[in-house]
Design a binder for this molecule. Structure first.
Ligand code: FEO
Length: 173
């Protein structure tokens, strides 16, 4: 069984991961409108990964005998101030998600809920990669993205991203 305060926090995190998915889908749509199909592809796959993050937590709550309560997801921004703005906002968003994951682990440890604390180590590791990906996208843009040719090459590189289930736990019954 999950303690009520942990269950509440996990439900909140399901909501935040679904919001992340919504935010990245909106970024993808904006980038597609700008003619950057490679960037749009990268963010669309990121949106799928975020949905999977939500499902991993959804599955964990069920496996732990808890109740999933799905709350409303607010609208993400519909437009952005260029590619760099998208990349800065995605990096900021990942830093925020990392702090939310850290809060879950901190609470689980305080409550001596070692199962939840241990389970969320996957997310602690995942956030290292998530923050690194966002920072790398921004760094590459700042190196090459300000001229058309460089932006074209970056867009082609990001077109190569393919979807992979981030963890088998996302598909657990
Ligand atoms: Fe679910 Fe990008 O963190």
């Amino acid at each position: 069984m999950l303690k009520p305060n942990i269950e509440k926090k996990l439900n909140y995190q399901i909501n935040r991961e679904l919001y992340s998915s919504y935010l990245y889908l909106s970024m993808s749509s904006y980038l597609k409108g700008e003619g950057l199909d490679g960037y749009a592809n990268w963010f669309k796959i990121q949106a799928e990964e975020e949905r999977d993050h939500a499902l991993i937590i959804y599955n964990y709550v069920h496996l732990s005998g808890g109740n999933v309560v799905l709350d409303a997801i607010e609208a993400p921004p519909a437009t952005f101030d260029g590619v760099r703005d998208v990349l800065v906002k995605s990096a900021e968003h990942e830093a925020l998600v990392t702090s939310l994951i850290n809060d879950i682990v901190t609470l689980a440890q305080k409550e001596k809920d070692h199962k939840t604390s241990n389970y969320f180590m996957w997310f602690v590791d995942e956030q290292v990669e998530e923050e690194d990906n966002a920072a790398t996208n921004l760094k590459k843009y700042d190196l090459m993205g300000s001229d058309g040719k460089g932006l074209y090459l970056l867009d082609q590189e990001l077109a190569g991203r393919v979807y992979k289930v981030p963890s088998p736990l996302a598909t657990a019954e």
